[in-house]
Design a binder for this molecule. Structure first.
Ligand SMILES: C[S@@+](CC[C@H](N)C(=O)[O-])C[C@H]1O[C@@H](n2cnc3c(N)ncnc32)[C@H](O)[C@@H]1O
Length: 407
């Protein structure tokens, strides 16, 4: 069976690879760029496609660069997908992926660009979970594997993160967190030396128990502070929260007195700023199912009388009528899998606008098709490079009720 071959690389595809063909079969090739001719090593065969790594570049495309990280490349660390690509070209590739998903899954055309956010290449990741190998060395996982590649540095990690690398640990994982206010936390079950303890503000066990110091960090966005406990959800790029808040508030167009839903609300990031928009005569219903996130939200939002917290899954809250019978605006920011089961419930509330924040363009495109079938058209879409060097991209889509469905 062929294990190596030479292919001409076609377009980028969702997932950090490009598409090529080998003997009529689709091959998803990592570490390549569209337009290149490369030698591939096949890494996986399924009935319908192959996976492969580009192991030799025979004809390079103009966007190719020397990967800044020594651990990037075939068979090495799987944390980044595009270390071999100039950051501006990475954003073009991400734009092509968003375009393709929207076209294929929702029949939509989008001619926008993926916007850069600084830092736009390295040193951005404010939360990194390292895996620890049998010798106690921290590292990151090989692509599509449980194997741990020990590393002595990670170039996308924020420089102010508590230092995990270069030390040994007696636990399976160590997560390192630095907040926008400079709070530093470790999430681990490992023994903590006095030296490490002196470098951090708190240590939290993987079951959420506070082991020493504080169990949370404070994140500051514009002028608002948010408590985020342990490994509770918070965007990892230092400019992500502000960037998304501004895009969401602009997209929502909420007015004083409106009723707004913030679905999948986390610790209350969008809720806080939406509350400002609707004022005390309005209402924001903030829905979050994670108990830790809900606890933080209660604390972060306690001085906003127009906010009501709903500690439930979005699907159950919609199904059981916990969110009322009508809404003016709905904001949703679901996990990677999207909001398939929530679409009908949202439409039933007949909002004039829906703002959909998405970390997976495929799930977004699928759900946009569902909304379109129920009378909501896409009127705006912005995309942000909030995960440089990786294939991840964040989108903010604005949908409006078409006249056919407006009352
Ligand atoms: C992508 S995060 C967004 C959080 C928040 N909007 C932010 O930007 O900080 C998704 C959130 O949805 C929550 N979540 C996941 N599934 C949920 C569900 N079915 N119902 C309600 N919340 C859910 C997660 O706990 C997480 O806090």
């Amino acid at each position: 069976m062929t294990t190596e071959a030479i292919v001409d690389v076609g377009p980028v595809a969702h997932g950090g690879h490009c598409v090529a063909r080998l003997d009529g079969q689709v091959v998803f090739v990592r570490h390549a760029l569209p337009g290149e001719r490369v030698r591939i090593a096949i890494t996986e065969r399924t009935k319908t496609f192959l996976r492969a790594d580009a192991v030799e570049i025979l004809q390079a495309a103009p966007g190719r660069v020397e990967p800044p990280c020594p651990y990037a490349g075939p068979g090495r660390c799987g944390g980044c997908d595009f270390q071999h690509v100039d950051p501006a070209v990475q954003r073009e590739l991400l734009g092509d992926v968003v375009r393709e998903q929207l076209r294929r899954l929702a029949g939509l055309t989008w001619d926008g660009v993926v916007e850069a956010v600084e830092p736009a290449a390295l040193g951005w990741r404010t939360r990194v979970q390292f895996a620890v190998d049998d010798l106690g060395r921290p590292g990151l996982r090989r692509h599509r594997s449980h194997d741990i590649i020990p590393v002595d540095r990670c170039l996308i990690a924020h420089p102010d993160l508590p230092v995990v690398l270069g030390r040994t640990w007696d636990a399976e994982t160590v997560e390192s967190i630095v907040s926008s206010t400079g709070d530093r936390l470790l999430i681990t079950d490992a023994s903590i030396s006095d030296e490490v303890e002196a470098e951090v503000d708190g240590v939290v066990a993987t079951d959420g128990t506070v082991r020493g110091g504080r169990g949370s960090v404070t994140e500051r966005v514009l002028a608002a502070d948010f408590r985020v406990s342990g490994s509770g959800f918070w965007q990892v790029h230092p400019e992500a929260a502000t960037t998304l808040v501004e895009a969401v508030i602009e997209g929502a167009g909420a007015r004083q007195g409106d009723t707004v839903l913030d679905l999948y609300a986390g610790v209350g990031l969008f809720t806080t700023f939406l509350a400002d928009e609707v004022g005390e005569s309005g209402t924001v219903l903030s829905v979050e199912s994670d108990p830790g996130g809900s606890r933080d939200a209660r604390r972060n939002l306690h001085d906003l009388p127009q906010v009501t917290l709903v500690g439930e899954t979005v699907e159950r809250a919609l199904r059981h009528g916990l969110l009322g019978t009508a809404a003016d605006v709905v904001v949703l920011d679901p996990p990677r899998t999207g909001a398939k089961k929530a679409v009908q419930g949202i439409v039933d509330l007949a909002p004039r606008r829906i703002v959909y924040v998405a970390c997976d363009p495929a799930a977004l495109a699928r759900d946009l098709a569902s909304f379109a079938a129920r009378g909501y058209e896409l009127t705006g879409l912005r995309a942000f490079a909030l995960f440089p060097m990786t294939h991840h991209v964040e989108c903010v889509a604005v949908l409006e009720r078409t006249s056919a469905t407006a009352d």
